[in-house]
Design a protein around this ligand. Structure first.
Ligand code: PXG
Length: 289
């Protein structure tokens, strides 16, 4: 495996960064998880744009232009000769001292690109559906650490994941401070009710997921009524269908929430249709390498 660090490729066991890197010491950095399908990188521009937006708010200067960063992603994929890959793009504040002052990092940002395979959930969940549990840890308040910033600090999500796993569930539903549904630990959430599609609005402490946007686009094109609307747990329980979206997970059906069976208890027709349309998109769209 070839890993890109600051313009050079390293083998996996040689790919190392400093213990003084503020990405490690403070989670001071940003990242993206991107996928390629049959040598086409899906929504690459959208991922790069979101990376730059996250960095902008953190006042983290990415030393490459968007065009050069895209080239770096494509050359990492070529170097690894992977047809289908998961690309982790990480930009940290770089090496500093043991204080959190970002000025001590001298603008020496570290850029890391790893391309590998990924399966977020076992294959059986795509056929049988996933069971979710809502957990006590609420999603970060936008006024504190905005979930729109895809930063290297994922402890909020990891705590929620631990709570779900402790209860014997594979995925958690995270609520916001008012008790409305925000998202899962690494996925956005949707429900279907009476042929309408609903997902929480991005201002409710959810990441504006690129897969979420793709699903909304597919639904709108198919003349399905879509609503970015606050959702309570009750609305999840009484939904006809429920599913999660994310680059790593793609679209995964949900059949149980907090012990309540959703719809027929099997992946719904609507969800299965969207999964197929999403797959078609990933076959056609993307930047070739
Ligand atoms: N919510 C959160 C909190 C996420 O981290 C999504 C939603 C879905 O967004 P996209 O743009 O991917 O549709 C994410 C996505 C990883 C990894 O380990 C990254 C995510 C999710 C799961 C794993 O690279 N981010």
């Amino acid at each position: 495996m070839k890993i890109y660090i600051n313009g050079k490729f390293y083998e996996k066991n040689e790919a190392k960064i400093s213990v003084f890197d503020h990405g490690l010491l403070y989670g001071d950095g940003v990242f993206e998880g991107i996928r390629s399908y049959n040598r086409l990188v899906f929504k690459l521009k959208e991922h790069i744009d979101r990376l730059f937006e996250s960095a902008h708010t953190l006042m983290l200067k990415i030393p490459l232009s968007k065009e050069r960063l895209i080239k770096a992603v494509l050359s990492t994929l070529k170097a690894n000769n992977l047809k289908d890959a998961y690309i982790r793009l990480v930009v940290t504040r770089g090496e500093g001292d043991l204080g959190l002052d970002p000025r001590k990092c001298n603008g020496n940002t570290t850029i890391i690109i790893i391309a590998d395979k990924i399966a977020l959930y076992p294959e059986k969940f795509y056929k049988q559906g996933l069971a979710l549990i809502s957990v006590p840890t609420i999603r970060n308040l936008p006024e504190a650490l905005n979930p729109q910033i895809k930063s290297l600090n994922y402890l909020n999500n990891i705590l929620a994941k631990i709570e779900a796993l402790n209860c014997g569930y594979d995925e958690a539903i995270m609520l916001d401070s008012l008790g409305y549904v925000a998202e899962c630990t690494g996925d956005n959430i949707f429900i279907v009710k009476d042929k309408h599609l609903y997902t929480p609005p991005q201002c409710m402490g959810t990441l504006r997921g690129i897969t979420r946007d793709t699903v909304l686009e597919i639904a709108r094109k198919g003349r399905i009524s879509v609503h970015e609307h606050v959702l309570t747990r009750h609305e999840l329980y009484i939904s006809d269908e429920c599913f999660l979206t994310g680059t790593a997970a793609e679209i995964v059906p949900v059949v149980k929430v907090d012990g309540r069976i959703i719809g027929s208890g099997k992946p719904g027709k609507f969800t299965l249709g969207l999964m197929k349309k999403f797959k078609d998109c990933t076959k056609k769209e993307g930047v070739r390498y």
